[in-house]
Design a protein around this ligand. Sequence first.
Ligand SMILES: Nc1ncnc2c1ncn2[C@@H]1O[C@H](COP(=O)(O)OP(=O)(O)OP(=O)(O)O)[C@@H](O)[C@H]1O
Ligand SMILES: C[C@H](N)[C@H](N)CCCCCC(=O)O
Ligand SMILES: [Mg+2]
Length: 207
Amino acid sequence: MNYFISAIGTDSGKTLASAIITKALGADYWKPVQAGEPTDSSAIRQWIGDEQIIHPEAFYLKTPASPHYAAELENIELKIDQIQAPITKNHLVIEGAGGLMVPLNHSEFMIDLIPHFNAELILICNVYLGSINHTILSLEAVARRGYAIKGIIFNGPDIKSTKEIILNHCPAPCLLHIAEEEKIDIAVIEKYSEQLKNNWNELDRKR
Ligand SMILES: Nc1ncnc2c1ncn2[C@@H]1O[C@H](COP(=O)(O)OP(=O)(O)OP(=O)(O)O)[C@@H](O)[C@H]1O
Ligand SMILES: C[C@H](N)[C@H](N)CCCCCC(=O)O
Ligand SMILES: [Mg+2]
């Protein structure tokens, strides 16, 4: 299965969550469009070790900006039909850049990659004042297009009322809650990947 990891914004914890998901599923990882350094693939490599496959980016753009603009600066035509998913028999964790409505060019958005890769969405919701609005808007964009959503991963403070209202508007369950950690290292990734495995299996049993 392909899982597309997106978020309600940028710097939301997609790379952290992708490392946890990749580890939990024993999956391959792929960042199709990388804008700026250090690359997310390099962070994932540090956190998951050498045993799993990280596929090379389809587009590496130098400027840490919206991909549509970073591509324009380099005179690169960034179009979805030029991006082919790597061939693998394994699960593939595909990390987007920024949030769902981040543009790749003047007519295509990150969200359009979900059907292109025949993927299920996992939405990373970092929790802050304003995140309810950003999350429900993101869920509406997904619902309007009829795309499959596997679940939500919360990242940050555990605020019951925020989680409840979001989950009441989400057709899929919470897969994991990542707390604010003092530092992110291999032990933290392993701790959450064990939690995610248990939650995932439990949710699959209930379905
Ligand atoms: N729960 C957390 N505890 C501590 N640090 C965190 C947590 N979540 C994210 N971070 C840190 O916040 C920063 C942004 O997270 P991350 O790189 O995963 O965001 P992103 O959504 O992948 O961003 P991008 O859109 O650039 O891909 C990183 O330095 C990451 O290690
Ligand atoms: C450079 C950054 N870390 C991400 N890779 C790209 C974020 C694009 C955000 C665009 C926007 O929503 O305004
Ligand atoms: Mg990232």
